[in-house]
Design a protein around this ligand. Structure first.
Ligand SMILES: C[S@@+](CC[C@H](N)C(=O)[O-])C[C@H]1O[C@@H](n2cnc3c(N)ncnc32)[C@H](O)[C@@H]1O
Length: 273
């Protein structure tokens, strides 16, 4: 368990005085890479939108299933994880390595604590896993970064992961952004996406969440409909069951519609023909 001062001392350039989405998400998932200001804001988020923690768990569980199925059913052994977050339960490389230990994973996030924590955790993994501190809204920089270009072989299929990121970037042109990553990928590559949605959230809850995010480094929250999520994957063939509440994307155990809706997140996975 990190103490705030210990964590702060390790990463001099973290934004200690501003709540941060990576660390709030970590707090909701039970992690310890967060500061008092993140915990306070995350608790406020739960008060304005009581399903916030359901969102985090549904999103994270969908990520785990998508990675496993891309490795086992589609033979993917390279991942580019955009906005990868603080390492937490069910990391991409851990899930992938259970099924193919040779899988390479390039994590990209711009949050200092998330990247520090990931590097700390990975230690000797650097032959197979890298952490790049960069803005995913700048694909050229990301694709040319040593941790990405030096690790992934773009002449072979790569899965681009965009979980919980396209909805918080400043641009509303998520499709245009992911297309720039898609254009670097060969046929057989994949794109997996999750996006915040308004399934059980009321307008008042969404407004409350937006007003809390204004104080963070990611003040945007773009809710998307299933049609708008499908539009994020142009050129890809969607895997069954298409765009669905994330908990209903190939669940490992039965999920009720109500449980799935409480996640307030859509998910989809596509393959580049
Ligand atoms: C809600 S978390 C999602 C984490 C993880 N992808 C998951 O779904 O479990 C969003 C992450 O995106 C990162 N992020 C937000 N804007 C970013 C940007 N412009 N460039 C890189 N990372 C960004 C945040 O720091 C945070 O770690």
């Amino acid at each position: 368990m990190f103490q705030d001062a210990e964590l702060a001392a390790q990463v001099a350039h973290a934004d200690f005085d501003q709540p941060n989405i990576a660390r709030m998400y970590d707090y909701h998932l039970g992690g310890s890479a967060n500061f008092a200001i993140d915990r306070t804001t995350a608790e406020q988020a739960l008060r304005v939108a009581p399903t916030e923690r359901d969102y985090c768990w549904a999103n994270r569980a969908f990520l785990g299933r998508a990675v496993r199925i891309l490795v086992t059913d589609h033979g993917i052994d390279q991942f580019l994880d955009l906005g990868s977050g603080v390492p937490t339960v069910g990391n991409v490389h851990e899930i992938a390595h259970q099924h193919n230990p040779a899988t390479r994973v390039a994590y990209v996030d711009w949050e200092a604590i998330a990247c520090h924590h990931a590097r700390h955790l990975l230690g000797a993994e650097e032959q197979r896993v890298t952490v790049t501190e960069a803005d995913v809204g700048d694909p050229e920089t990301v694709l040319n970064a040593a941790g990405v270009a030096g690790l992934l072989d773009f002449t072979r299929p790569i899965a681009v992961l965009a979980f919980g990121i396209l909805d918080i970037l400043p641009t509303t042109d998520g499709a245009g952004l992911v297309a720039r990553y898609r254009d670097a990928c060969v046929p057989g590559s994949a794109l997996a996406v999750s996006n915040n949605a308004q399934l059980t959230r009321t307008d008042q809850e969404v407004a409350g969440l937006r007003s809390l995010l204004v104080d963070t480094s990611t003040p945007n929250l773009h809710m998307r409909t299933p049609e708008e999520v499908a539009a994020l994957l142009p050129g890809y063939t969607l895997l069954d069951p298409g765009v669905v509440p994330a908990a209903l994307w190939r669940p490992d155990q039965p999920v009720t519609d109500h449980e799935a809706q409480r996640g307030n997140v859509y998910g989809a996975v596509g393959i580049l023909p």
